[in-house]
Structures are given as structure tokens and as C-alpha cells.
Unconditional design. Structure first.
Length: 50
């Protein structure tokens, strides 16, 4: 199971507010890192085209 699915599953079942907040922070960090990696990959592909 991927870490993203694990986080989402825990968010669905977690009732402790502090833990939920930490899980949300972790998920946001993972989304941002994925966006940065995607932008980097796109820039790399474009640089190869020109």
C-alpha cells in the first residue's frame, strides 16, 4: 500500500484532532513535493526539445 493511501485511510478513521492535523500536514507536504517533481520533469522535457 502506498504511503498516500495509508495517510488517507488513517485520516478516515482517526478521531484524535492533533493526529489528524499532523496527517493533513504530511499529506500536504507530499502533494507539494510531487508538484515540484512534476514541474522539474516538465522543464527537463522542454529543455530537451529545444
Amino acid at each position: 500500500m502506498s504511503i498516500d493511501r495509508f495517510i488517507l485511510r488513517k485520516l478516515n478513521t482517526c478521531q484524535e484532532e492533533h493526529t489528524r492535523a499532523n496527517l493533513i500536514r504530511l499529506f500536504v507536504i507530499r502533494i507539494r513535493k510531487a508538484e515540484i517533481a512534476e514541474e522539474h520533469d516538465a522543464a527537463y522535457v522542454l529543455s530537451k526539445l529545444y
